[in-house]
Each structure stands twice: as structure tokens, then as C-alpha cells.
Design a protein around this ligand. Structure first.
Ligand code: NAD
Length: 513
């Protein structure tokens, strides 16, 4: 991988062969076991990270709680200025960080750069937002009274993230939480711990340069047990967790059990509806990128195509042809379209899904395979596959985190396609390809898609930071990033001020002494 400049990138990012996995900023320490990070690109050990013990975590909590007392008193626009500097540092290190994302996670270098760009974009958004944390004013029913609401920071925000967006999800959360006056503790995925080290190094530099206290940005590392230090801790009012629905259900119950708040960003089972009025060329581009981009490991990856019977064969032929053009290989080589899956467990899940769809009576129309030989030594490279099936097959109801696309046929009106689309437990992203205004509006109406994201004439995959991002049902209901998602990182307070010499009670209640 070094021919792609990986060693230089690691150096720029301050990632060593052994790294302290616990950090409160410039202070780094860790007393846990070593976590290995192997690259799915070439199977090489990239580096190791020392996990966080409970005692390490308690130090982090102490620093975070104490840093909050300072950070919350800085005016929000000044916090915005720190986030602006952080965004600038990301611009300087974009290539290096994009490369590490690509090498440690396996997505293409272009997508790695795109992920860092998303971090930069959310910083810009947060800087502007730091002057717009608006509350409302209301008219009091009592004379000589003023009533308004304001937003205060929550305190310590715990962030648990997934392997597939190893840097951007953290930034979506931190950039907003920081301008809101919160401090953050991040546990990245144990599959991408070096991305966590790199990001924390960049943040720590900015906080140190501004003489801000340790603990505004902290990092912890380890598996679910380290995540549990946070979910069980009553000193953390908000847990933002991104990952599988299985994880989300456990985290939600743990946090609700102590009446904490959780923001959940969980799995998707995203579909594109292709109607008789679809532009076939656009459909093919949207569907193929959606299904094979990031090797099918985006939460918004296209998993199901729900195609009208009148255009079914045309769409099927065009997509099968497009799959023949796909180049699978090292994601740092920009000539390739599809990189590896994250690890061999993911490869087994992919193989299992293909077996299951056949067992259920489905038909494989583009065969899958695990690639072997030169360039594929990691054992994580697979061929994107396509299968035809029925909407209610159990495997099609599940999210398989791999490049397996299911073609489903519908007949009749668009409402039949919408019914199939909404039949799954997940509710993240959805799309319709149509030039028919009635179909498009029906899809977006109250009778339409039940997902958090519903697109017309673009695919399911990817989103801009300006909108609120998230989904319904088994996707967890949380919203991150743009719009008014910032409100979840703050507590709302209603204030009533009496500027008279009387004390009238609300609802006209008389209480004479
Ligand atoms: P995962 O659920 O295996 O792990 C996610 C994170 O949760 C990891 O950091 C893990 O250590 C932690 N974790 C697991 N169990 C925990 C527990 N009991 N307590 C505390 N922490 C725990 O998910 P993954 O394989 O890393 O990621 C893939 C999944 O993430 C897919 O389902 C994908 O759709 C989803 N995802 C969703 C979004 C979204 O925004 N909706 C974004 C990215 C990924």
C-alpha cells in the first residue's frame, strides 16, 4: 500500500505503530489490551491501539466534566471560531486522512476524501449555526411579564460510531455538540481505531493552540464493553450511537433505563422504485452506485430495486450490463470502482445472504464470488451480486451489509410499489425514479415513503449535511447533521420574568395572604 503514500499519510496524522487509545486532548494514556487494525485492502497490520480500561475511562469522565465547566461559558460564536479552526486543519490534512479512511476501512480514495469533505462541510455549517441557536419568545398571559425559551448545553455527549463512516459520523456529532457548548467523548468502531486516533490528534491540536482545557474532545477505544462504560454512566446525558439495529436496541434500553437521551442512527434496507416513467439511464447510474459504492457498506446503500413489470426486463438488462464494467480491486487505485468488504466475517455474511436467497426460491442473475489471487490476498474482495426474489423473503427483509442487490417486480399503480417498499422493518432512505409528477408527489405524500429520507430522481445513497439525516422504525428515529438537529444536543429552558411589583398567578388563581 505504500506505493499509494500510506506511510506518509500516517506520519502526517501522527498515527504510530502502537497508539494510546485513550486521550483527553494532548494527554494520552491507556492500560487496556492492544487492538490490531488490519487493512482489508491488503491484509497488512497497519497499527495497534491500546484499549481503554474502566479506570482510564474514569479519568476521561473527570476531565470531560471539568472541561465542560469552562467550555460552556465561552460565547457560542467563540466556540464556533474553534470549530472553524478545526475545519481548516481538516482542509490541510484532507488527503492524508482520506487515504487512511480508504486504507483502514476499504472504501475508495475518492469516497475517503468525500468523507473528510463532509467533516469540513459540517464544520462550516456549525460555524454559522453558532450564531443561530435560537429560542422563541412568547406572550405571557400575565401583565408585566416576559416569557421566552433558551437552549443550554447538555454536558458530556457520548458518541459511539460504526466502521463504515469512520470519521464523518464523529464530526457530524462533535461539530454541532461543540458549538452547542457540550464536550464529547468518542468511541470509534474497534474495526477502525486508527481513524479515531488521527481525528483526535487533529482536534487536540486545535484545543491546545487555543489554551483550552483537556477534555473538550476525548477518545476512548475498545469493543462494546467500552461502549457500555458510556451507556451506563449517568454523567452522560446524551448517547449518540450509530451502527446496527441490534446494537441500537441494546443501547436504547440501557440509556432509557437511566432516563438518558439517545440519538440512534441504525441500519437501513433502502429501495429505489422504478416506475414506467423512469429515465432508465439515470436509474442505472443511481442504482449501480447505490448498490456497489463502498462495497454495499453504506447505511444508505441501495438493497432493493422495485421495478414495474412493464420496464422490468429493460432495467434488468441495463443493470446487468453495467455490472460487467465494474472493476474490483485496491480502493486506493482510482481506476477501481469497488474495494473490499471490511473483514472476512462480512464476507461470510455476504455468502450467507446469497445462499439464503437461493434457498428461498430466488434466482441469482449476477453471480457473486470471493476473489482470490494477486491483489486479493486479504480475502475481503467480493463480486457485487444481483438476485431476483420476492419482497417477503426473510433475507430481503434484512439488511445485508454487502453488495447484494435484490430485484423485485411490481404491477399496477405506484401505491403497490410503495407498499412493498414500506414492508420492511427499517426506514432510512428511499427513492423513486419517475418523470410522472403524480407518482412523485404520491411517493412524498403522507401515503408515500415511510423513511427519514425520500428522494426523487436520485438514488438512496449519500446525503448532504444541510438536511437532517436519519430514519424511522428500526433505523432508530434519530436525526443528525443539518436543519434543526442541533436541538438534541441542548436542553430547553422556559423562562418567565416578572418586571412589576405584583405577583399575579397563572390561570388567574387567587392566593391571598
Ligand atoms: P455495530 O452495531 O456492530 O457497531 C457499531 C458501534 O457500536 C461500534 O463502535 C461498537 O463497538 C458499538 N457497540 C456494539 N454493541 C454495543 C453495546 N452493547 N453497547 C455500546 N456500544 C456497542 O455496527 P457496524 O458493523 O460497525 O456498522 C454497520 C451498521 O451501522 C449497519 O447496520 C449500518 O446500516 C449502520 N449505520 C447506520 C448509519 C446511520 O446513520 N443510520 C450510519 C452508518 C452505519
Amino acid at each position: 500500500a505504500n506505493q499509494f503514500g500510506i506511510h506518509k499519510a500516517l506520519k502526517v496524522l501522527g498515527v504510530n505503530s502502537i497508539n494510546e487509545g485513550t486521550s483527553t486532548g494532548s494527554q494520552k494514556f491507556s492500560n487496556g489490551d492492544l487492538i490490531d487494525s488490519f487493512s482489508p485492502v491488503d491484509g497488512q497490520l497497519i497499527g495497534q491501539v491500546k484499549a481503554t480500561t474502566k479506570a482510564d475511562f474514569d479519568v476521561v469522565m473527570e476531565k470531560a466534566t471539568s472541561a465542560f465547566k469552562t467550555w460552556r461559558t465561552l460565547p457560542a460564536p467563540q466556540r464556533g471560531e474553534i470549530v472553524r479552526q478545526f475545519g481548516d486543519k481538516l482542509r490541510e490534512k484532507k488527503e492524508a486522512l482520506g487515504k487512511l479512511v480508504s486504507y483502514e476501512m476499504g472504501k475508495s480514495y475518492q469516497e475517503g476524501l468525500g468523507e473528510v469533505q463532509e467533516m469540513i462541510d459540517i464544520c462550516d455549517f456549525a460555524v454559522g449555526l453558532s450564531r443561530q441557536l435560537h429560542g422563541l419568545t412568547m406572550h405571557s398571559e400575565r401583565p408585566g411579564h416576559r416569557m421566552y425559551e433558551q437552549y443550554h448545553p447538555l454536558g458530556v455527549v457520548g458518541i459511539i460510531s460504526a466502521f463504515n463512516f469512520p470519521v464523518a459520523v464523529w464530526a457530524w456529532n462533535t461539530a454541532l455538540a461543540w458549538i452547542c457548548g457540550d464536550v464529547c467523548i468518542w468511541k470509534p468502531s474497534e474495526k477502525t481505531p486508527l481513524c479515531g486516533i488521527a481525528c483526535q490528534n487533529i482536534a487536540a491540536e486545535v484545543f491546545a493552540e487555543n489554551n483550552l482545557p483537556e477534555g473538550i474532545s476525548s477518545l476512548i477505544n475498545g469493543d462494546y464493553k467500552v461502549g457500555e462504560f458510556m451507556t451506563k454512566d449517568t454523567r452522560i446525558p446524551l448517547i449518540s450511537a450509530t451502527g446496527s439495529t441490534r446494537m441500537g436496541k441494546i443501547v436504547a434500553q440501557e440509556v432509557a433505563g437511566r432516563l438518558g437521551k439517545s440519538l440512534l442512527e441504525l441500519g437501513g434496507n433502502n429501495a429505489i422504485i422504478v416506475t414506467p416513467d423512469a429515465d432508465i439511464k439515470m436509474t442505472v447510474i443511481g442504482a449501480v452506485f447505490g448498490a456497489v459504492g463502498t462495497c454495499g457498506q453504506r447505511c444508505t446503500s441501495t438493497r432493493r430495486l422495485i421495478i414495474h413489470e412493464s420496464v422490468y426486463d429493460t432495467v434488468k438488462t441495463a443493470i446487468v450490463d453495467a455490472y460487467k464494467q465494474l472493476r474490483i480491486g485496491n480502493p486506493l487505485d482510482e481506476n477501481n470502482h469497488v474495494g473490499p468488504l471490511i473483514d472476512t466475517d462480512a464476507v461470510n455474511m455476504y455468502k450467507n445472504a446469497l445462499d439464503k436467497v437461493v434457498e428461498a426460491g430466488g434466482k441469482i442473475i449476477v453471480a457473486g464470488a470471493v476473489l482470490e489471487g494477486e491483489g486479493y490476498e486479504s480475502g475481503c474482495y467480493v463480486k457485487p451480486a444481483i438476485a431476483e426474489g420476492k419482497p417477503d423473503f426473510e433475507i430481503i427483509q434484512h439488511e445485508t451489509f454487502a453488495p447484494v442487490l435484490y430485484l423485485l417486480k411490481y404491477s399496477g399503480g405506484v401505491e403497490n410499489a410503495i407498499e412493498i417498499q414500506n414492508q420492511v422493518a427499517q426506514g432510512l432512505s428511499s427513492a423513486i425514479m419517475t418523470n410522472n409528477l403524480r407518482e412523485a408527489e404520491h411517493f412524498l405524500s403522507v401515503q408515500g415513503s415511510d423513511c427519514g429520507i425520500a428522494n426523487v430522481n436520485i438514488g438512496t445513497s449519500g446525503a448532504e449535511i444541510g438536511g437532517a439525516f436519519g430514519g424511522e422504525k428500526d433505523t432508530g428515529g434519530g436525526r443528525e447533521s443539518g436543519s434543526d438537529a442541533w436541538k438534541v444536543y441542548m436542553r430547553r429552558q422556559t423562562n418567565t420574568i416578572n418586571y412589576t411589583t405584583e405577583l399575579p398567578l397563572a390561570q388567574g388563581i387567587k392566593f391571598d395572604l
